[in-house]
Design a binder for this molecule. Sequence first.
Ligand code: ARG
Length: 411
Amino acid sequence: MEVKEASSTSADGKMDEDTGKVHLKRQLGLISAVSMIAGTMIGSGIFMSPQWVLYHMGSPGSSLLIWAACGLLAMLGALSYAELGTVITESGGDYIYILRNVGSLPAFLLAYTSVIVVRPAGIAGISLSFAEYVVAAFYPGCPSPQAVIKCTAAVCIIVLGTINCLNVRLSMSIMNFFTAAKLIVLLVIIVGGLVLLVKGNTQVFHNAFANTATGFGPVGVAFYQGLWSYDGWNNLNYITEELKNPEVNLPRAVMLAIPLVTCVYLLANVSYFAAMTPQELLTSDAVAISWGLKVLGTWTWIISLGVALSTIGSANGTFFSGGRVCYVAAREGHLVPIIIPVIVLIAAVYLVLAPIIGSPQLEYLYVTLFILSGLILYIPVVRYKWSPGWFHSVTLHLQLLLQVAPTDKNN
Ligand code: ARG
């Protein structure tokens, strides 16, 4: 019985006893839901973008307004999505909403671009930020080698990909852990800033709106910089089918996570401005590290660690939801086109035959003969089912020795 159960459902799927259909288990509660949104939103942006928002807006006051406006936009978007998510209760986020409301072709195009380019590129970008921060710690005072950065990013992608394939619960625990860790690091930045403000470092805010840029261009570009930090606000809508009590938990999680992230972002920006002049901010390589060097001194490694944990957590969230786009699109018949195995087959045949035709050698013949030697066993044992008594007793003894038992098929 045990063996049958384990082989008939995956760790994250559940079989409906009545219909025999397999579907995803509802195992995420409110805390995981909040951490899924906040943990994906807080990635590299808040540690890198503030100087670019300032660069385009020209003044600390207007920069803070842009950060607040981006938060408001994310909140309005997320509230609309929360409504969509309670009406269309399937997982898949943007994909499923377009499929159900607009039609098959636009939904297919979204899944196609998302699976082939957008998600992989997003994960690659976040993993590269992670690798830059981790590797920099081992090369103090000199630039890190690109090959080491890229290999570290690749290892990060492989590890996160494997974890996400293996177990929903494990990747969710990782998500919760990293979200807590990054919130703690941001709290360090916020408290550090408040201490500076209390000590009287308020000069930046005296003439907060001087040099403010006007016009559509700069404001639009500044919005883009800010919005990247809020990207991920719709992440929970990709996994609605795995949420416990989604009608309640989806809107609740949105209303907790987005104001939380907005407040944290605003206070982190205030802290950056309390510690650095606009000029210092604009010439910094990475705002959070420059802040650390000024305020924490030798403890700046906390910030580097925080950025690493923050980015890897955000990449994990992107993996988590990205997998559901493939899953739902495949379920809708949009991602299992026969052309893919055909291409793989043609490529495989070409790769096998090309070297043989290019430079024929006797070894290839030996390999072919070895493969065909299997016929000596296949014809009597499999085809004509020859089974002398000792076969059975050897099998039985081996099963007892290795503690294995035959199982049934999964259908
Ligand atoms: N907001 C994140 C950052 O600042 C990026 C999140 C990208 N992932 C996503 N699923 N939208 O790095």
